[in-house]
Ligand binder design. Sequence first.
Ligand SMILES: C[S@@+](CC[C@H](N)C(=O)[O-])C[C@H]1O[C@@H](n2cnc3c(N)ncnc32)[C@H](O)[C@@H]1O
Length: 194
Amino acid sequence: MTPTIAKIVWTVCVIAWYVIRYPYERKAKRTAVARSRRDWREVTLLTISLSGLGIIPGAYVATGFGRVGDYAFSASRAWAGVAVFALSLWLFRRTHKDLGRNWSVSLEVRDGHRLVTEGVYRHVRHPMYTAFFLWAVAQALLLQNWIAGPAGLVGFGTLFVFRVFREEAMMLETFGEEYRAYARRTKRLVPWVF
Ligand SMILES: C[S@@+](CC[C@H](N)C(=O)[O-])C[C@H]1O[C@@H](n2cnc3c(N)ncnc32)[C@H](O)[C@@H]1O
């Protein structure tokens, strides 16, 4: 493993993520939105997250930032990044399959929206966010640069912190006691932990 191969792996994994998402994005677009909380705050958070997980690391992969922020490359850290990204992609696929037409990129409730509580949603309420955190960790391990590496954790972490309570409030408003009971028996990100 070399820094160049690590950059190629990051790029291939991001493309693989989009290949997983694309068919669900198309399907979701065909299902009307009944209620939306996609306001300026959501757009800002999505932009911050996209910058940290896509634009900043993408610019680093393309230009190398003139080596500014690079530190000594460790092949074993990069291999750990490959394993974490593989786990993240597996979880992305499972979350998209389980959510199906109920998925939205933002805070939206669709026509005929159903509360999904099975599959990877059985033990955690936000497994797709777990997958994004795994992506961010993998990025930090693969792109060994002080700017591009941690950008994903900062970008996605910001979205998570400012979105998760609003999302849960929206779900509670929509599904009432069903969501309250679901929240009581599940954790947010890691099964049985938190
Ligand atoms: C980007 S998805 C993320 C879903 C979830 N927070 C996760 O991390 O797996 C956000 C949308 O998914 C929908 N959603 C979240 N949890 C859901 C559930 N358990 N069942 C059905 N829809 C859900 C909501 O409509 C929300 O707008």
